[in-house]
Design a protein around this ligand. Structure first.
Ligand code: ASC
Length: 231
């Protein structure tokens, strides 16, 4: 048991480090290589989009996914842990929505068409389904009214949907990074390996590795929260 715990801690610290580094990288990208941050209808406002997507929709969502796996919380009430899981996902949803608002606002000011790219199709779908997952989870699992039989039917769907959405968010971020680099790296162009291109490629890799670590942690049966009778 102690061995399994040490293995868990090593992976948890690795995941948190890689996730935190992803947030640092996206900040360095917009603050150092791009124009910085602001709410001006221009590039400064657009730059909130990657920052909030990576911070909220990737990093915080990843922590929400593994909330039940933290062994020192296993003595906490199930309701408290559900509240933390729901609360982190709610914060992630709000940041994701603000990140989308920033892009729509930027497109409006610049008269750029909305929703033409694959990134936007998958991304908006994922935001809408994520909010739906949050609302369904709130009413079915957090509030005390739903019968156990309904919870038992919905739980596998909730777990599958949550992991699928997390994977789709990461795929969306990789598409977003790629299209942004092709848009902005003109002189020198992306294909000439400029520092911003290499650095932001590394950001994409970090996000993929973060997803891989979260997915590993959450799929180890031995690291699941012990079930209590009647839950
Ligand atoms: C819950 C809860 C669980 C699941 C389970 C579904 O609300 O705390 O562990 O749903 O009852 O099978």
């Amino acid at each position: 048991a102690m061995e399994g715990y040490r293995g868990f801690l090593g992976l948890l610290v690795s995941a948190l480090l890689v996730g935190f580094l992803s947030v640092i990288f996206v900040l360095v990208w917009v603050l150092h290589y791009r124009e910085g941050l602001g709410w001006d209808g221009g590039a400064l406002e657009f730059n909130w989009h990657p920052v909030l997507a990576v911070t909220g929709f990737v990093f915080i969502q990843g922590i929400a996914i593994i909330a039940y796996r933290l062994p020192w919380t296993w003595k906490c009430s199930k309701f408290l842990m559900k509240s933390i899981h729901a609360g982190l996902n709610a914060v992630a949803a709000v940041l994701a929505i603000i990140s989308v608002v920033a892009v729509f606002d930027y497109h409006n000011v610049r008269s750029i068409p909305h929703m033409y790219s694959l990134h936007s199709w998958v991304g908006l779908t994922v935001v809408i389904l994520y909010v739906q997952q949050l609302i369904l989870g709130f009413f079915i699992f957090l509030l005390p009214w739903a019968p156990l039989s309904l919870r038992a039917v919905i739980m596998p769907i909730h777990v599958y949907s949550g992991l699928l959405l997390f994977a789709a968010v990461i795929a969306t971020v990789l598409m977003g990074v790629t299209e942004k680099l092709f848009f902005v790296l003109k002189n020198p162009s992306y294909h000439s390996f400029p520092p911003e291109g290499v650095f932001t490629n590394a950001l994409g890799l970090l996000i993929l590795i973060y997803g891989a670590l979260i997915f590993w942690i959450v799929t180890r049966p031995q690291w699941k929260r012990p079930t209590e009778p009647g839950s």
